[in-house]
Design a protein around this ligand. Structure first.
Ligand code: SAH
Ligand code: DHB
Ligand code: MG
Length: 226
């Protein structure tokens, strides 16, 4: 992508965010404290966070599972879509990230309905599935290590019900997703994820390409049909 394209995408994201999203104090503070703690600046963009929030509301979600918390920025957006008795569980490998996220969620007044579990998601997910009453989740947001995306969708299916929504971030990766000979684990994992979604009769899905402050990427959205 050219520098010129990226600048235009940034300007349009700023336009959309200024006019429609209106990031507030808790969200701004979450990004500031993430930055101060040295976390990478890879949270969803504000307009994407609001899309997650709207999708969770449209879904009438009461329970959300997130895989990949970082500093809790997307977590705040998703948790805000939930009713008072809602519940969100977010999985984070890095204990330092989880700690920052917990503080951000508390600052946002969301600590009662959210829980950040620390560890490798593939180790936590089987335990979660064995817990009575842990699922099914109405919405599952997958945004962790991309090489495991296929396995995360498999777990999402186990932890869902007909009507659940599964959203996968970073589904295009600058267009690299079409490169069948790309051996980067993130690309291989993402392509395997598409193949699983495509052949899984319980999923009905699409993906869209996105441009913006996060560059050229995309989002996959699937609905559990049966
Ligand atoms: N959803 C966040 C961004 C997540 S970035 C937001 O939009 O605000 C990806 C996160 O996944 C990082 O914090 C990284 O530490 C975490 N991660 C990487 N591998 C993981 C794994 N195996 N299990 C759980 N989390 C993992
Ligand atoms: C990266 C991870 C993300 O989840 C994202 O949205 C953007 C970039 C990364 O690991 O580089
Ligand atoms: Mg992401």
């Amino acid at each position: 992508m050219t520098q010129e394209n990226q600048e235009r995408w940034n300007a349009v994201d700023r336009f959309i965010t200024d006019i429609l999203v209106r990031d507030d104090e808790a969200l701004t503070a979450a990004l500031a404290s993430s930055d101060a703690a040295g976390l990478p600046a890879i949270a969803v963009a504000p307009n994407q966070g609001k899309l997650l929030y709207l999708l969770a509301q449209l879904q009438g979600a009461r329970t959300v599972l997130e895989i990949g918390t970082l500093g809790g920025y997307s977590t705040i957006w998703l948790a805000r879509a939930l009713p008072e008795e809602g519940r969100l569980i977010s999985l984070e490998y890095n204990p330092a990230h989880a700690e920052v996220a917990r503080a951000n969620l508390a600052h946002a007044g969301l600590d009662k309905i959210t829980e950040v579990r620390t560890g490798a998601a593939l180790e936590i997910l089987p335990k979660l599935a064995a817990e009575p009453g842990a699922g099914p989740f109405d919405l599952i947001f997958i945004d962790a290590d991309k090489e495991n995306n296929r396995r995360y969708v498999e777990w999402a299916l186990k932890l869902s019900r007909p009507g659940s929504v599964i959203i996968v971030d970073n589904a295009v990766r600058g267009g690299a997703v079409v490169d069948a000979d790309n051996t980067h684990p993130a690309i291989v994992g993402t392509r395997e994820m598409y193949e699983l979604v495509a052949r899984e009769p319980r999923l009905n899905a699409t993906a869209v390409q996105t441009v913006g402050t996060k560059g050229y990427d995309g989002l996959l959205v699937a609905r559990v049909v049966a």
